[in-house]
Design a binder for this molecule. Structure first.
Ligand code: 13P
Length: 257
C-alpha cells in the first residue's frame, strides 16, 4: 500500500464502442463513481468516441484518455492524430507503446519515445506500456525486455516531467488471455521498474511515479494485485467494457487505497 501515490484505474476500450455506445457506458460508470476523487479514473475510448465520451465526462472527476497519438505536430500523415487534436477534445492522458501497437502496427521503442516526448510537450500524460512476450519470459529475459523498453521510451524525459508519466506493465501473454500474472510475478517487475526509475531520476521521484498492472485484470484478482507495494493501479481491457466490472475495479482500488 502506498500513501504517496493515488491509485489509478484506466479503461482501454481498444477497438470497441461507437460514439453512442461509449457515451452510454461512460454515463453508467459516472452514475456510480463519477464523483470519486480518492482514485483517479481514466476512460480511453477509440478516437471516434472521444468527443461523445468527453462530453459525458464534463464536470466530473473521471478523465479522458486516447489510445495512441502521432508525435508530429501536423502535416501529411494520413490516418494519424496529433497531440493538439487530442487536447482540443479535452483528452488528458494517452496510452503509448501498447503491445498491440508494437505487434500489429510496427511501433518501435524509438517511435514510442518520440510519442512520449511529444505527449509531454503538449501537456498530455503518457500511459507508457511495457511488457514481455511468453517466449521472452520463458527465456528468462523479462527484466531485460522491460528495462530496454522503459529506458528507450523515457530517453530525454526530464526529472520535472517524469512524475506525470504513468507506466503500465502488461505482460503480453496475459493480455486478453485470461492468464493473469501472479502477484509475485507482477510485483517483481514493478519493483524492478521502480528501481530503474530510481537509477534514472533518484529515489524521491521514483517513489512518485505510478506503475499500473495490465493483463486479464478483473474484480476477482484485482484486490490481491492492488495490495502489492509497487502496483498503483490497473490498465484494464476486457473488464473495462462493462460498467459493472469496471466500477468494481475502481472500488477495489479505493479499498486498496
Ligand atoms: P485485458 O484486460 O483484456 O487482458 O487487456 C489488457 C490490456 O491490454 C489493457 O491495455
Amino acid at each position: 500500500m502506498s500513501t504517496i501515490r493515488k491509485k489509478l484505474i484506466a479503461g482501454n476500450w481498444k477497438m470497441n464502442k461507437t460514439a453512442a455506445d461509449g457515451a452510454a457506458l461512460a454515463q453508467e460508470i459516472l452514475a456510480q463513481v463519477g464523483r470519486e476523487t480518492a482514485v483517479d479514473v481514466v476512460l480511453c475510448p477509440p478516437f471516434t468516441a472521444l468527443e461523445s465520451v468527453g462530453r459525458a465526462l464534463e464536470g466530473q472527476a473521471v478523465k479522458l484518455g486516447a489510445q495512441n497519438m502521432n508525435p508530429q505536430k501536423s502535416g501529411a500523415y494520413t490516418g494519424e492524430i496529433s497531440a493538439e487534436m487530442l487536447r482540443t477534445l479535452y483528452v488528458s492522458h494517452v496510452i503509448l507503446g501498447h503491445s498491440e501497437r508494437r505487434t500489429y502496427f510496427g511501433d518501435t521503442d524509438a517511435f514510442v519515445n518520440q510519442k512520449v516526448l511529444a505527449a509531454l510537450a503538449n501537456q498530455l500524460k503518457p500511459i507508457l506500456c511495457v511488457g514481455e512476450t511468453l517466449a521472452e519470459r520463458e527465456g528468462g529475459r523479462t527484466l531485460e525486455v522491460v528495462r530496454t523498453q522503459t529506458q528507450a521510451a523515457l530517453a530525454g524525459v526530464t526529472a520535472e516531467q517524469i512524475t506525470t508519466v504513468i507506466i503500465a506493465y502488461e505482460p503480453v501473454w496475459a493480455i486478453g488471455t485470461g492468464k493473469v500474472a501472479s502477484t509475485a510475478q507482477a510485483q517483481e517487475v514493478h519493483a524492478y521498474t521502480r528501481s530503474l526509475l530510481h537509477d534514472l531520476y533518484g529515489a524521491a521521484l521514483a517513489q512518485k511515479v505510478r506503475l499500473l498492472y495490465g493483463g486479464s485484470m478483473k474484480p476477482s484478482n484485482a484486490p490481491e494485485l492492488l495490495a502489492q507495494p509497487d502496483i498503483d493501479g490497473g490498465l484494464i481491457g476486457g473488464a473495462a467494457l462493462e460498467a459493472k466490472s469496471f466500477v468494481e475495479l475502481v472500488k477495489a482500488a479505493l479499498v486498496a487505497g
